[in-house]
Write a protein that binds this ligand. Structure first.
Ligand code: OSB
Ligand code: MG
Length: 373
């Protein structure tokens, strides 16, 4: 397989509601779709999980576009892919360029997707998945008040979501948690702080323990591992790392230091499928629980996340909700829907191109560029 062309599109699309975290609000979706066309005419798609502003990580859609154009697309144009071993080597070829993992992941995943289309092999098979159905949780942004939060949780429980992830920050934490426990009893609940706390908040964070949470995601700085280890020593609630883990080496250091008991894998954050698999394998070997995170993806990223979640090390429900959680209209048709309440089927898709709505992505594009060798 050789690359004949790469098309970048910047899409603007509506989200049903803004998503609010401790670092800010995402109002509408701005997303880069990468399309790879191969010399045999096969087509692969992937999406870049960067956003407009560098609030979750350093990357933005602007930086991703420029890194893809100047460095990453020219690199894959040089490659010949003849096996899955070659596929796994794409990320190594990009490694001399530091960081920029969301940009790397978008192109690497589009190459994997194109390979699946060319070989007519489903992505979950290429990845080594073993499950045909996966459980799903939901991530709930910071709400205007507790009553609104409880109303949303009630609806999500009725739809079948298998765990509630509640975004927290100082001033929006213990009271909502107490209200959830009082109203819904023993449901599976976790929190995600997106780095809203510091070790100075130790006593406050210890009081989360009384709520019997599944885990506390990324309470401390986005670039910290060491202080998380000090915090984990003082908490009974398991810590889950998100922002701090970019590589399998980060995962090893975090686990060896005791900084976390759970890892959230986001393919975009770690630079692609190859690194995601390495982290998965390390965690499976070392009995560290793993789940698949989300970045408000369109259907393209959602289908990729679902395929990855079919691997045996994904032991907990992920943030891979159906399309309708965020979008009235998705870029794929049919959209991602529950196979039964709280579950998604791992479909045998040989690349996602067959599902991508060509007309919609053209209509929603505000910028497009085509690259050829
Ligand atoms: O920290 O997991 C996070 C969304 C955007 C940026 C960071 C995060 C999130 C989510 C939403 O929690 C997960 C999803 O439903 O896609
Ligand atoms: Mg998170």
């Amino acid at each position: 397989m050789r690359v004949k062309s790469v098309t970048l599109r910047l899409l603007h699309t509506k989200m049903r509601e803004p998503f609010v975290t401790s670092f800010g609000a995402e109002e509408d979706k701005e997303v880069i779709l990468v399309e790879v066309q191969t010399d045999t005419g096969a087509i692969g798609f992937a999406e870049c999980v960067a956003s407009t502003a560098p609030l979750y990580s350093e990357e933005t859609n602007g930086t991703a576009w420029s890194i893809l154009k100047a460095f990453l697309i020219p690199t894959v144009m040089q490659m010949t892919i003849n096996s899955t071993a070659d596929l796994r080597h794409i990320s190594a070829q990009m490694r001399p360029f530091k960081g920029n993992r969301m940009a790397k992941a978008a192109l690497e995943m589009a190459m994997w997707d194109a390979w699946c289309a060319e070989q007519q092999t489903p992505l979950h098979v290429v990845l080594g998945g073993t499950k045909s159905e996966i459980p799903v949780g939901i991530s709930i942004g910071i709400q205007p008040d507790i009553e609104t939060l409880l109303g949303k949780i009630d609806g999500y429980l009725q739809q079948g979501f298998q765990r509630m992830k509640v975004k927290v920050k100082p001033g929006w934490d213990l009271a909502p948690l107490a209200a959830i426990r009082k109203t819904f009893g023993d449901i599976p609940v976790m929190v995600d702080a997106n780095s809203a706390y510091g070790l100075r908040d130790l006593e406050h964070l210890k009081s989360f323990d009384e709520f019997d949470l599944m885990m506390m995601e990324q309470p401390l700085a986005h670039d910290d591992i060491v202080d998380h280890a000090r915090l984990q020593q003082r908490l009974t609630t398991p810590i889950c790392l998100d922002e701090s883990i970019h590589t399998v080496e980060d995962a090893r250091k975090a686990v060896e230091l005791g900084a976390c008991k759970v890892i959230n894998i986001k393919v975009g954050r770690v630079g692609g499928f190859s690194e995601a698999l390495a982290i998965h394998d390390y965690c499976l070997q070392n009995k560290v629980d793993v789940w698949c995170g989300g970045m408000l993806e369109t259907g393209v990223g959602r289908l990729h996340n679902i395929a990855l979640t079919s691997l045996p090390g994904f032991t907990l429900p992920g943030d891979t909700a159906p399309s309708a959680r965020y979008f009235e209209q998705d870029v794929i048709e049919p959209p991602v829907v529950f196979s039964k309440p709280g579950m998604l089927a791992v479909e045998s898709l040989c690349g996602v191109a067959d599902r991508v709505q060509g007309q919609r992505i053209e209509q929603w594009s505000v910028h497009k560029e085509i690259f050829q060798p």
